[in-house]
Design a protein around this ligand. Structure first.
Ligand SMILES: NC(=O)c1ccc[n+]([C@@H]2O[C@H](COP(=O)([O-])OP(=O)(O)OC[C@H]3O[C@@H](n4cnc5c(N)ncnc54)[C@H](OP(=O)(O)O)[C@@H]3O)[C@@H](O)[C@H]2O)c1
Length: 313
């Protein structure tokens, strides 16, 4: 089980091709043990967000495992209701406290927010970077156009990553040009919900799963492992599956060095395309959601619905 590294954006830094997501992790022993196992196996890349309520859990895992914070790549996110200049600075301070670290390695805008000028938000991000509170600036759920607009507001930094939904049954980044853009521009595409939040395993997808399993069997792996391996076979892509059990964590980490053959990647492409009727609807990035978010100022309400309310807001 070897950790495979990929370049972060255009920087000289390398991060594991597969990190650990923490959305919907219960703050109990099981999730903590899963994160600690990942760290112990050398997977020093964890994704969290102020809205998830899991920053303390991430901090505990790092501390319990006796990891130096400099050896773990911590990615967190600021929620759009905190996009005004001072609010970004405050939100970052709070996240640092909850994580129990001095610096966040990658600080991401969780969603675009059309109700706050992007210039104001990006100025705050650069300020945080200058102060050493964050090392890299990233975005999430941004279209190519939104990414370019945000990038144009930065005076000296590059946005290193865009975190979007991408899986073998949700291939929107291939269709909307984001994958190609990231490849060309040297931007890391962080694939979230890489197992479609578990939808990959729904009963109605059994025929697709059966075909994935057949390909996976050639490598002695499972369908989920081969799906993750397919994702990271795309050059700019790293993925952040969420695992709440030690077994899932081990399985996920063991996908990094599978090294899929080109013909198997092509076959997975083909199988996935053939079952496109079973593809997953991109909830977060659906055109309807984007339309609503574009006009709403009620980010708190959206958060409450999607994340069940959160004391960090
Ligand atoms: N930026 C955004 O807007 C955004 C949105 C959504 C998610 N994210 C990030 O992306 C991360 C991952 O996405 P996600 O949480 O939606 O879902 P996911 O990683 O696609 O799927 C998680 C589900 O897959 C299961 N699983 C994990 N490893 C498995 C394995 N090896 N075999 C079989 N099942 C496995 C998990 O079960 P167990 O939990 O029982 O292990 C859980 O039910 C999040 O945690 C978060 O960090 C970001």
């Amino acid at each position: 089980m070897a950790i495979v590294y990929k370049r972060l954006g255009k920087t000289k830094e390398k991060i594991p091709a597969l990190g650990m997501g923490t959305w919907q992790m219960s703050v109990d022993g099981g999730s903590l043990a899963a994160l600690k196992k990942g760290l112990a196996l050398g997977d020093g890349f964890i994704d969290t967000a102020e809205i998830y309520g899991t920053e303390e859990l991430v901090g505990s895992a790092i501390k319990d495992e006796g990891e130096d914070e400099n050896d773990v790549f911590i990615a967190s996110k600021v929620w759009p209701s905190h996009f005004k200049y001072k609010e970004v600075l405050h939100a970052c301070e709070q996240s640092l406290k909850r994580l129990g670290v001095k610096t966040i390695d990658l600080y991401q805008l969780h969603w675009p927010n059309y109700t706050v000028p992007i210039e104001e938000t990006m100025a705050a991000m650069e300020h945080l970077q200058k102060e050493g509170k964050i090392r890299h600036i990233g975005v999430s759920n941004f279209t190519v156009k939104e990414f370019q607009e945000a990038q144009a507001c930065l005076s000296y930094s590059d946005i290193v990553s865009n975190q979007v939904e991408y899986s073998i049954i949700m291939r929107e980044p291939e269709k909307d040009g984001l994958l190609e853009f990231c490849e060309k521009e040297g931007v890391t595409l962080i694939a979230y919900s890489p197992l479609a939040s578990g939808a990959l395993f729904e009963r109605r997808r059994a025929p697709l799963l059966k075909e994935l399993e057949a390909i996976a069997a050639r490598y002695g792996k499972t369908a989920s492992q081969i799906s993750l391996s397919w994702l990271i076979s795309h050059e700019p892509v790293v993925a952040i599956p969420k695992a709440s059990t030690v077994t899932h964590t081990e399985q996920n980490i063991a996908t990094m060095d599978i090294g899929l053959l080109a013909e198997d990647i092509a076959e997975l492409d083909e199988v996935s395309s053939r079952f496109r009727k079973l593809h997953h609807t991109p909830l977060a990035g659906s055109p309807l959601t984007r339309k609503i978010l574009k006009h709403t100022k009620f980010w708190h309400k959206y958060a409450e619905r999607k994340y069940g309310g959160n004391k960090n807001l």
